[in-house]
Design a protein around this ligand. Sequence first.
Ligand SMILES: *Cc1c(COP(=O)(O)O)cnc(C)c1O
Length: 383
Amino acid sequence: MGFIPYGRQTVTEDDIKAVVEVLRSDYLTQGQVGLDFEAGAAKFLHAPYALSCNSATSGLYMAYAALGFGKGDVLWTVPITFVATSNMALALGGEVDFVDIDPQTFCLGIKALEEKLKAAKTKGRLPKIVAPVHFAGQPCDMQALRKLSDEYGFFIVEDASHAFGATYNGSSIGACEFCDIAVFSFHPVKIITTGEGGLVTTRKKDLADKMAAVKSHGVTKDAGVFTKPADGPWVYEQQSLGFNFRMTDFQAALGLSQMKGIEQNIKRRRQVAATYHEQLKGLPIKWQLPIAGADSSWHLFVVTCDDNSQRLGLFNHLRANNIGAQVHYIPVHTQPYYRSLGFVPGMFPCAEDYYSRCVSIPMYHGLKPEEQEYVIKTIRSFF
Ligand SMILES: *Cc1c(COP(=O)(O)O)cnc(C)c1O
């Protein structure tokens, strides 16, 4: 059996055909296929507005910027995420703090958040944005989060990088029923891929317009919003500072083609999870506890061991048997860069304890039944 990674893309002949078709066309970027991808994603997610971009990292930046986040503002997220969630707040000149995770769901701890908000209110230092992470594809407790956001007045940006195809209370993550903006990633290890790529969704037109400006140089071609009469039909106005965060049309073509298989993709991932739950029962390992109302898209499947040395043993045993175990994630606040900002180990004990015991095992829709069987056999042989 070949190497089995923790996650990987599936690219079909149809996907390749769709990409090649764009490469042979007149528009490699900013053409119809890019618009079709956004429209297709908006439809699938039931999102009024969807904008593609060149990564979830750019998408997070667009989201935070559109909400007016900057110098003097604070963003809160969890330590168990990829560094981009908090980095983009720092890139905008703001500050970052963390909320500990729930030790059972591995997602943002609602109790921890509530306590931290109470304390922050007395200090007059409430966050402008809270960015929950739908860890492994499992939506956070969004109703509880929405209630706290209404009470304390912060915006919610969902880092939904893992959660394309996940639902909460029957509503798609990305429909933004409980948040201001949701951000998705299409990196090859995620649910579907465009190579590099991302997507932001919102229900609010003003936020969509602001994100579009950040994505493309702060430039508009909409004569209706020009500050003065146009000299001619060629005129565009730069009204704010922006970047080039655009996705190419051949990436959009890949995304559009990948989206055709999304139902099967998620169904297969849920099957893989159910098989792990069934076949790993009775071993001294635990896994993510479901949150009420959440239906995961299963980007990752994480198991936790009793302690660090057992985890290291399991990790090495899997690697020695050609299984690409991985650890998600090193708590962000313990990274050297964050240490230089004043964070120290011990600040978020649930996240740190989780990190010392977790391993991600293979989870992707292209995982063959015999491969999963081999993974299960290998884990059982370790114990
Ligand atoms: C992958 C990931 C990102 C970054 O996504 P890119 O598309 O690679 O920029 C951000 N947050 C989380 C939680 C992720 O898993």
